[in-house]
Design a protein around this ligand. Structure first.
Ligand SMILES: [Zn+2]
Length: 331
């Protein structure tokens, strides 16, 4: 991996990738908003008359430093909004997750930031990302403190491997039913074809905000990893339009309701003996039949229990103790 090149990028993309909020912050401030930079990589914009009717929207990008598509998409969205700031009808927290990894053109510096949103981090406690997660946890707490009941968190990612559903999302099950239904419908409007209901935290940022702050939160996978400045933004058009509407308090275009999947089992890597029956190149949502071996780990054998289960995020290379994949079934 080589360092990311910020030359020749559109200025708004360069600025967001480097968490340089100067110009955007100035435009919102000039328009009468309360603007703050509570931590490196975090911008908050609040309306003068914040109240219960106003939604609070947390948008995070770059939690994985090599997932650059959402950075480009959000940079253009925020740039457009900052040029017509009075259209902003929500309180906004914009978060650039792992700035150092983005600069290095890498997924992370020491360890996966999107596993650090938990109290017990084990031997990851001394990593660079543990410190970064603490910073984001504090800023997120402050943002949602005093927010009204409409709370959103969209954590935008791109996937490492191909997927039968190029755009899909993980939604924590514990989100209140009404808010969860609105979130899933909105995701469909944004082009998301499949939603996985997640019953248990894997230490992700979106699960944290759902559990701790009552946010309608989701980890959204928007397609494949690409190079900053070279992503095909047309693949994000529906999501971009849905964000446009959300931030302006408007209704998005009707979309197709996503297919909903439940988590059948979470595959945890228990030891270095862990071996998966398929590699990390396996497409997300690849079907496996009942009885097929998913992985072995010493005496533990993970097999398919339902007639058919679909594998998502297979990654035998994670650290011991972390999730190496999820098996899902149609809800
Ligand atoms: Zn990611």
């Amino acid at each position: 991996m080589s360092a990311a090149s910020f030359d020749a990028l559109p200025e708004s993309v360069r600025a967001l990738a480097q968490a340089d909020f100067g110009q955007v912050a100035g435009r919102f401030r000039d328009a009468g908003f309360t603007v703050a930079l509570p931590a490196k990589g975090v911008l908050t914009v609040k309306g003068a008359q914040s109240g219960a009717a106003r939604a609070s929207v947390l948008l995070s990008v770059g939690v994985h430093g090599d997932e650059t598509g959402p950075i480009e998409m959000v940079a253009h969205a925020v740039e457009a909004l900052a040029r017509a700031p009075r259209e902003l009808a929500a309180d906004l927290m914009l978060c650039v997750g792992n700035i150092d990894a983005i600069a290095a053109g890498k997924r992370f510096v020491d360890a996966d930031l999107n596993r650090m949103f938990r109290l017990d981090r084990g031997d990851l406690a001394s990593t660079f990302e543990a410190g970064r997660a603490d910073t984001l946890i504090a800023a997120t707490h402050d943002f949602f403190a005093g927010a009204g009941p409409q709370r959103w968190h969209l954590d935008l990612h791109t996937a490492i491997r191909a997927s039968r559903y190029p755009q899909f999302a993980i939604v924590p099950e514990l989100i209140e039913e009404g808010a969860r239904g609105r979130l899933i419908a909105w995701l469909g409007q944004g082009g998301v074809e499949a939603v996985i209901m997640n019953p248990k935290s894997a230490g992700t940022y979106s699960y944290w905000t759902a559990e701790r702050h009552g946010a309608a939160a989701s980890t959204v996978e928007l397609g494949r990893i690409g190079t900053l400045g070279q992503n095909d933004l047309s693949q994000f058009a529906a999501m971009s339009a849905a964000l446009h509407a959300l931030l302006r308090g408007a209704s998005a275009q009707p979309g197709t309701h996503p297919l909903v999947f439940n988590t059948a089992q979470s595959i945890t890597k228990l030891s270095d003996a862990f071996s998966m029956s398929f590699g990390r190149d396996t497409e997300n949502f690849t079907p496996l039949k009942q009885g097929e071996v998913i992985a072995t780990d010493g005496d533990t054998v993970y097999t398919v229990k339902h007639d058919e289960e679909f594998v998502v995020f297979p990654n035998p290379d994670v650290r011991v103790g972390l999730r190496a994949g999820i098996m899902v079934v149609r809800a």
